[in-house]
Design a protein around this ligand. Sequence first.
Ligand code: SF4
Ligand code: SF4
Length: 690
Amino acid sequence: MQPYAAGVLLVGLWGTFIYSARKRWKLMTVGGNDLPVDRLGDRFKKMFKFAIGQARMPRHKWAGIAHMFIYVGAMVMLLRGLIMFARGFVASQDFGFVIFDQDAPLGKLYSLIKDGFVVLVLVGIAVFLYYRAIGRLKRMTLNFEGYLILAILTTLMLTDVLYDGATAALRGHGSLFEPLGSYLASFFKHSDASTLHTLQHIGYWGHVGVILLFLNYLPYCKQFHEITSFPNVFFSRLTPVGRLPKTEDLEGRLEREEPLGVSRIDHFGAKAMLDFFTCTECGRCTDQCPANGTGKLLSPKHLTVDLRDFAYNNQTALIAPKNGNGAATQAADNGGDDSGSHAPALKDLIPDVIKPEVLWACTTCGACETECPVFITYVDKIVDMRRHLVQEKAEFPAELQNMFRGLETNSNPWSFPASDRAAWAEGLGVPTMAEKPDADVLFWVGCSASFDDRARRIARAMANLLKMAGINFAILGEEEQCTGDCARRAGNEFLFQMLADMNVETLNNYNPRTVVTTCPHCFNTLLNEYPDFGAKLDVVHHSVYLSKLIKQGKLQPKNKINARVAYHDSCYMGRYNNVYEEPRDTLKSIRGLTVLEPTQTRDRGMCCGAGGAQMFKEEEEGTERVNIRRTEQLLETKPDVVASSCPFCQRMLIDGLSAKDRGEVNQLDIAELLWQACEPAARPQTETGA
Ligand code: SF4
Ligand code: SF4
């Protein structure tokens, strides 16, 4: 076309893009490069499945399909872009690196596919235009930038067709393999060569120019995810979802006055920064967030976007050379940013960028992380910021103080005397590990089922079932201490590590073959987090263990229970540990029982509101309670019983039923229901849950 002009355009605009991208890289690694490079095979597999294969997009029907059209179309158009760049340097406008030349078989096939995707991309753009302008999808960021990006994409498609149409008209004939261009050429049949050349140049330079300008715009807009989502998925977490990273050498950090949590933007490592850069602002996370849905300030999307914008606005100061303390130089302390404002780059993020109420509203349910198409994580970042508030500033909701004190003095969040821990088992003849160190199964009871009057019935039902199945089991009794899950999620890593060390020592001392627990929080901590403290345990949740005992014929639910049972998934068993079928299998094994599914169920099941230490604090003032919203969803199925497999969920749902004045609906754990179905002298099934 015009080699010199094409050369200047390509070198100039690629050069400015590389300059911007280099600065972003420096910003990304300002807090250190922690990008993981282990298990490369698994990382490639995940990237192919979720970044290239877009495996999470079908969760969102029309927006997902529209995005797929645009995404695959963009992939197809990449080759077209290369061909167009090359045509800037050659005279023939049929050039296509020989194999994709206009009249080569592959070139024809590619032209046909390309035209098909031009149409699909335009359809996708129309769908998103509809969601922005007419059917306003609230979860999306409905600002000017979105329209600009749609306009850029539309221009790219239309200039492509214009170029093809003018080129076909100049050639004097169209082609079946180039339907859009050929159709447009039919409108140009009376145009002279000079007009056609002008149209061809508008199409060509418009297409190539917009590609390069868009490339330069990418690092400054949300579409940056078109570049960063691939590495973000590649470097995403391969460790269990429910495992929070351990802060190593806490005492040493304290002595060296190193951060014990995240208070500044440069305390986040490269992976967290890459997360911020990659947010597409689709709002799928916030859409599923129970805190946001009940009126709390927390919106995972805005948390991510606010941190990203803060980093972007302070980029210049943040990437300035460092002094000996690892802090940015005077320029950073004084501010200086890309936007011209002078916000200090290294100021504390809380409360100016992120409000404490945002952090304390999170239930750690993981719904946001399950939804995010580009695998951004939130719970780890929220807990990291809570760690700063709790361990460095001692600023946290006052009610948590009781929980911390209880754990410190009596190893349970309610400060019950440790001597009462096994009181639930009175009369059942359950041995302790000290009495029976060779027991095959350790029944880890957990604080709730040990001390809460209502939850103790779960422990009793479970013990009865284990006895009935002939399992050689024992409990720790007074030797059991809280796993520390609630302390850890509340940001008190010191306290958690203290409890973890003591529990692991006890567990390793007895070394049981299997640990069974009725609490998903204990389960998650014992299975996924205690290995960081030296535990090697085979941990099974009771929902899985009971279903196995039924399949083995060791438990036979002979008693009929005529009841409609709505099942509520615990976040820590479902989303965190992918256990959905076994509790349902257990319920379905009971004759007469019908299992009902609320609209939000399984991996989209709504949190009960207890996790992340919420159980031990009040919900934010003026907002709806999460447990009441969840109870309403379960009641929509018109159940006789609301079932769960977590003592915390049980407490929240009992409170929800009572707040809704629906005391006639029972709340029962699956172990309680199964025991009713197995019990030799069956009790009446109407036992109230309240
Ligand atoms: S973990 Fe749950 S409560 Fe916390 S931000 Fe995510 S969706 Fe919201
Ligand atoms: S964090 Fe993920 S789900 Fe949330 S808006 Fe960004 S890309 Fe969408």
